[in-house]
Design a protein around this ligand. Structure first.
Ligand SMILES: NC(=O)c1ccc[n+]([C@@H]2O[C@H](COP(=O)([O-])OP(=O)(O)OC[C@H]3O[C@@H](n4cnc5c(N)ncnc54)[C@H](OP(=O)(O)O)[C@@H]3O)[C@@H](O)[C@H]2O)c1
Length: 263
C-alpha cells in the first residue's frame, strides 16, 4: 500500500527519543520531509544523524520546550521558513511526573497542564494556518491509555490525558468540514526511556526490583510483553497518512490489549 507520504511536510514534537523518534524514522523511510523538536539540541542531532544513517533522509530540527507559552509561535515561524506549509502535526512531549494526589502542589498541576494539555492546544492553534494550506492535513495527539483506564501512581497523566483526548475529539468535530483530520493514539506500555524511569520509580517506592515491576506490568497485558517503539510508530504513521483519509476522531489504544473495556 502506498501511504502517500512522499514529500509531505511533517512536524513531530518530542521527536528526539522514544515514541516521537520512532515515528520520525518511519516517516523518513516513507520519504516525507521531517522536522523534529525537543528541548536538547544534542538529543536532536543524535536522532537526526541516526535517522539519516538508517533512511538516507535529512531531518530538520528545532529546539524548544513545548510547555513554554511562546514556543509554538517560534516553531510556526521555523516551519513556515523551512517547509512553507504543513501536512501532518504530531503533538507529543514527555509525560508528567509520577506520584499520588497528596504529593502534588498547585505548581506541579500547572506544570503538568502546560506539558500535557496546553502544549497540544497552543501547537495546534499555531499550526492551523499552515495545515489549512495542505490538501491532506492531519493532526495526531500522543496521549496515554490512562485516559481510559487510570494508571496507579500517575494521577497527573490520568487527569490530563482525558482532557487532551476531549480536545482532539472536539477538534475532529469542529474542523472536519475543512478536511482536517484529528486523531489521538493512547499508547500502552512501550519500551522507552520514560518507561525505564517509571519502572525505577516504582521499584524504589515498592522496595522491589525493576525486573519485578516489569513482570507485574506484563502480567496485566494480554500480549504478555511491552511494545517496541516501532510497533507504535507504524500505526501512528498510517493513521496520519493520506492512506487513512476517512479516519478522524479516533482515540486509538495501541496497548497489547491492556485496556480491558470493550469500547
Ligand atoms: N512509552 C510508554 O509506554 C507510554 C505510555 C503511555 C503514554 N506515553 C506518553 O507518550 C509520550 C511520549 O512518551 P515516550 O515514552 O516516548 O517518552 P520519552 O522516552 O521520555 O521521550 C520524550 C521525548 O520528548 C522530548 N521532550 C520531553 N519533554 C519535552 C518538552 N517539554 N518539550 C519538547 N520536547 C520534550 C524528549 O527530548 P528532550 O529530553 O530532549 O526534550 C524526548 O525526545 C509521553 O507523553 C508519555 O507520557 C508513553
Amino acid at each position: 500500500m502506498d501511504l502517500g507520504l512522499l514529500n509531505k511536510n511533517v512536524v513531530i514534537t518530542g521527536g528526539s527519543k522514544g515514541l516521537g523518534r520512532a515515528v520520525a524514522e518511519v516517516f523518513a523511510h516513507e520519504k516525507a520531509n521531517v522536522m523534529i523538536n525537543s528541548r536538547s539540541q544534542e538529543h536532536l542531532d543524535q536522532a537526526a544523524n541516526d535517522i539519516y544513517k538508517n533512511s538516507g533522509q535529512r531531518i530538520h530540527t528545532h529546539k524548544g520546550n513545548v510547555s513554554d507559552h511562546d514556543y509554538p509561535s517560534k516553531l510556526f515561524d521555523q516551519i513556515k521558513k523551512t517547509f512553507g506549509s504543513l501536512d501532518i502535526l504530531i503533538s507529543n512531549a514527555g509525560g508528567p511526573k509520577p506520584g499520588k494526589f497528596e504529593s502534588f502542589s498547585d505548581q506541579d498541576w500547572y506544570d503538568a497542564i502546560d506539558l500535557s494539555m496546553m502544549s497540544h492546544i497552543r501547537l495546534i492553534r499555531e499550526c492551523l494556518p499552515l495545515l489549512r494550506q495542505s490538501k491532506t492535513p492531519s493532526v495526531l495527539t500522543i496521549t496515554s491509555f490512562s485516559a481510559k483506564q487510570p494508571i496507579p501512581n500517575l494521577i497527573l497523566s490520568n487527569v490530563l490525558r482525558a482532557a487532551a483526548v476531549g480536545l482532539t475529539k472536539t477538534l475532529s468535530l469542529e474542523l472536519g468540514s475543512e478536511n482536517i483530520r484529528f486523531n489521538s493514539i493512547l499508547p500502552g506500555w512501550t519500551k522507552t526511556e520514560r518507561v525505564t524511569a517509571l519502572l525505577k520509580n516504582r521499584a524504589e517506592t515498592n522496595k522491589t526490583s525493576i525486573t519485578e515491576e516489569m513482570e507485574k506490568i506484563t502480567a496485566e497485558i494480554p500480549l504478555a510483553r511491552m511494545a517496541e517503539p516501532h510497533e507504535f510508530a507504524n500505526v501512528a504513521v498510517f493513521l496520519t497518512s493520506p492512506a487513512a483519509s476517512y479516519l478522524t476522531g479516533i482515540m486509538l489504544t495501541v496497548d497489547g490489549g491492556v485496556v480491558k473495556s470493550t469500547f
